[in-house]
Design a protein around this ligand. Structure first.
Ligand code: IMP
Ligand code: MG
Length: 173
């Protein structure tokens, strides 16, 4: 069993989610944004974020091909579960767990922009900028994290650890 250590505790995460929600609520006043959660890693973050938002909004999910059991992106991205509604004319806010190389999200943001939404912004809980291969603009960011393998708060390693309430990292042996 890999060992995990707490990097950002649940209280700190809760405060940050409230801050992000306040920014989103201010920026999208009088609009009904379409929040698109990138599965599976964003599900806990998205669930907390929407409950901190006191405004009209809609939620959709999209699933991209993942790392599988690897700790590193292959760089090849595919949509493996698509949206059920059109984004044309919508104010889209993509909700992501962690920006690493940026390959998944630059692919997704380009794909969404081709569908003529009114606006597209990105909200990411975590950013690992040291690993970036493609620039991605994050409009709403929770925390910048070091180059560690992160788990917990929805984020997995090989499908495990998503249920940890804190943001943790796996210790290397
Ligand atoms: P990117 O295309 O390399 O930016 O990959 C982003 C996706 O890889 C994230 O949405 C996560 O699902 C996954 N990922 C990146 N870093 C980590 C990590 O430290 N732990 C778990 N998953 C990660
Ligand atoms: Mg992800």
């Amino acid at each position: 069993m890999d060992r995990h250590k707490v990097l950002i505790n649940r209280e700190h995460v809760k405060e940050k989610v409230a801050e992000l929600a306040a920014q989103v609520q201010r920026d999208y006043a009088d609009r009904t944004p379409l929040l698109i959660g990138v599965l599976k890693g964003s599900f806990v973050f998205l669930a907390d974020l929407v409950r901190a938002l006191d405004m009209p909004l809609e939620v959709e999910f999209i699933r991209l091909s993942s790392y599988g059991a690897a700790k590193e992106s292959s760089g090849e991205v595919k949509v493996i579960q698509n949206l059920n509604s059109s984004v044309e004319g919508r104010d889209v806010l993509v909700i992501e767990d962690i920006e690493d190389t940026g390959l998944s999200l630059s692919f997704l943001l380009n794909t969404l922009r081709d569908q003529k939404p009114s606006s597209v912004r990105l909200c990411a809980l975590l950013d690992k900028p040291s690993r970036r291969k493609t620039p991605v603009e994050i409009d709403y960011l929770g925390f910048t994290v070091p180059d560690r393998f992160i788990v917990g708060y929805g984020i997995d390693f090989n499908e495990q650890y998503r249920n940890l309430p804190d943001i943790c990292y796996l210790e290397e042996d």
